[in-house]
Write a protein that binds this ligand. Structure first.
Ligand SMILES: Cc1cc2nc3c(=O)[nH]c(=O)nc-3n(C[C@H](O)[C@H](O)[C@H](O)COP(=O)(O)O)c2cc1C
Length: 169
């Protein structure tokens, strides 16, 4: 699969087989995430790999749209570290770029994945913080549920000419 195919054929996958995701593959996903662009190359991110069943099962208790985690063998939490942030307020964009890289890499590696929003929902941010012992200067941003797919999705074609403007609005 080439890069553009990976982008155009990706879809959120919420059903997984029980197959284990090898550590080497997890490393490759993290390498792809950390290759993301960031403002002034600040890279304000941290990643928490969650592969313990009892921790994964706790998350749907405070995140209502994360039920697929009960089946997922793995999730990765993308966080921002205020202590690494020198250019205020860019961290959301930086962490979004890392999150999207990770999603595309998962798809390219024949995994299924879905982005689960954490920040800015206070109860989800605090829920993740408590569950994983995350310090106050670190903000849980997004969680990606990952596993080998047990469902297939046709590619969505969202190309829309009406959203494109040349030179002026
Ligand atoms: C910021 C953000 C938060 C999201 N949160 C959730 C979520 O909590 N639960 C979920 O099942 N999907 C979540 N999604 C996935 C979207 O529902 C999905 O990307 C969208 O419906 C488009 O479908 P596609 O990913 O298959 O193209 C989220 C996506 C984004 C970008």
């Amino acid at each position: 699969m080439n890069d553009i195919e990976a982008i155009l054929s990706r879809g959120s996958i919420r059903k997984y087989t029980s197959e284990h995701v090898p550590d080497q593959v997890v490393s490759e996903l993290l390498e792809a995430a950390m290759a993301a662009p960031s403002a002034r190359n600040e890279q304000p991110w941290h990643f928490v790999v969650i592969n313990e069943r009892k921790i994964l099962d706790e998350i749907p208790k405070f995140h209502p749209y994360s039920q697929m985690l009960k089946q997922a063998p793995l999730a990765i939490l993308i966080c921002s570290d205020e202590k690494l942030e020198r250019h205020k307020d860019y961290w959301v964009q930086d962490c979004s770029a890392a999150t999207k890289n990770l999603l595309i890499a998962a798809h390219a590696k024949s995994l299924g994945a879905v982005w689960l929003g954490i920040y800015p929902r206070e109860e989800r941010v605090e829920g993740m913080r408590k569950l994983l012992d995350i310090p106050e200067h670190v903000i849980p941003f997004a969680l990606i549920s990952i596993g080998y797919p047990a469902e297939r999705k046709p590619p969505a074609n969202r190309f829309d000419e009406s959203r494109i403007h040349y030179n002026k609005w």
